[in-house]
Write a protein of this length. Structure first.
Length: 160
């Protein structure tokens, strides 16, 4: 299978959003995606991008993506966060996810980060096997905490 991993371009964002929606469907959260193509274009490109995106491409068609952004750890210093790594369902099992992860790790290495973080659902055994085979540790004793937009608004209302 011939595919290319490259830095995403602004014009890739409709395809990237399609993959994000495909991931949401896979994770049984299809109604949770609120981001738009316009937001991806504005937030991912320009003078101070909020994220960096890599895409996997076959015959000029985007079939996978990895989205990362910089973070800071009070214990480690500069770290990289992998927000999502998605390969279109029909293209899974062909090494594309592994190649995208390789590109993310190389990017983190080139940045000189001390750690790369991401989350995985505990029932996504295929992804867990891939990550562990690459040497990643899946921390089973940590819980992810989210404060969504409504939660933020409620929080602010209660501290005023």
């Amino acid at each position: 299978m011939n595919f290319t991993i490259r830095n995403a371009r602004k014009e890739d964002m409709p395809s990237v959003l399609g993959l994000i929606k495909e991931l949401a469907l896979f994770e049984k959260e299809e109604h949770a995606v609120e981001v738009t193509v316009n937001e991806l274009e504005n937030d991912g490109f320009g003078e101070n991008p909020a994220f960096m995106c890599f895409v996997a491409e076959i015959d000029n068609t985007v079939v996978g993506t990895a989205i990362v952004f910089n973070r800071f750890s009070t214990w480690k210093g500069r770290i990289l966060h992998l927000e999502d790594l998605v390969v279109s369902q029909k293209m899974r099992g062909k090494g594309i996810g592994s190649a995208l992860l390789d590109r993310v790790v190389k990017h983190g290495y080139d940045l000189g980060v001390k750690r790369i973080n991401w989350e995985v659902l505990d029932w996504n055994t295929g992804a867990i096997k891939l990550y562990e085979s690459k040497g990643a540790k899946v921390l089973r004793d940590w819980d992810v905490v989210h404060l969504d937009q409504q939660g933020i608004e409620n929080y602010i209302a209660n501290i005023s």
